[in-house]
Design a protein around this ligand. Structure first.
Ligand SMILES: [Fe+2]
Length: 173
């Protein structure tokens, strides 16, 4: 696992960044695929939480998801914006609309990070048993994981198809 969420348990030793592989600068395409897998697993956790509202909330699951959310998506966004996107831009055969596509993806990253902060706060409240507007939190959860699934699907289908570490000069610039 790449985040501080492992088998549903938070790992306090990773609390600083939540991502040991980022710290070690051992990032490659395989790392990104694993990270996307973790992001999708987190989406499933968030969907379970949304489905559990309002009467069957697993508070511990809410706390774990809250702690994993920010570090996971920030780590992936950092990698994509500092390694993947510059690598794609160096490709002389890049599509003409690549620049606008990458700008849109960066904008979505920014939106998701803001959204994740609000969601983290809501999940912590759910986890601690504080009173929240269940309908609003359910709406927020669904909006977040549905948007994230679309974002990842787009990147996998349109940016990562056919790319391997060996086929491009993959690595930090
Ligand atoms: Fe992305």
């Amino acid at each position: 696992m790449l985040t501080n969420m492992q088998n549903g348990k938070a790992n306090r030793s990773d609390a600083t960044t939540g991502n040991r592989m980022l710290d070690a600068s051992k990032r490659d395409l395989a790392w990104l695929h694993r990270a996307h897998g973790e992001q999708l697993a987190l989406c499933r956790e968030l969907e379970d939480i949304a489905d559990s509202l309002p009467a069957s909330i697993n508070r511990q699951k809410c706390i774990y998801a809250a702690k994993a959310l920010g570090p996971l998506i920030k780590g992936i966004h950092h990698y994509e914006e500092t390694v993947l996107f510059p690598m794609l831009q160096r490709d002389p055969d890049a599509a003409v609309h690549l620049e606008s596509t990458l700008e849109r993806l960066k904008f979505e990253h920014c939106e998701d990070e803001c959204f994740a902060e609000e969601l983290t706060d809501a999940l912590l409240k759910l986890g601690s048993g504080e009173r929240v507007n269940m309908e609003a939190v359910g709406y927020m959860l669904r909006g977040f994981f549905e948007g994230m699934r679309r974002h990842i699907a787009f990147e996998q289908e349109h940016l990562l198809q056919g790319i391997t570490d060996d086929s491009r000069q993959f690595g930090p610039t």
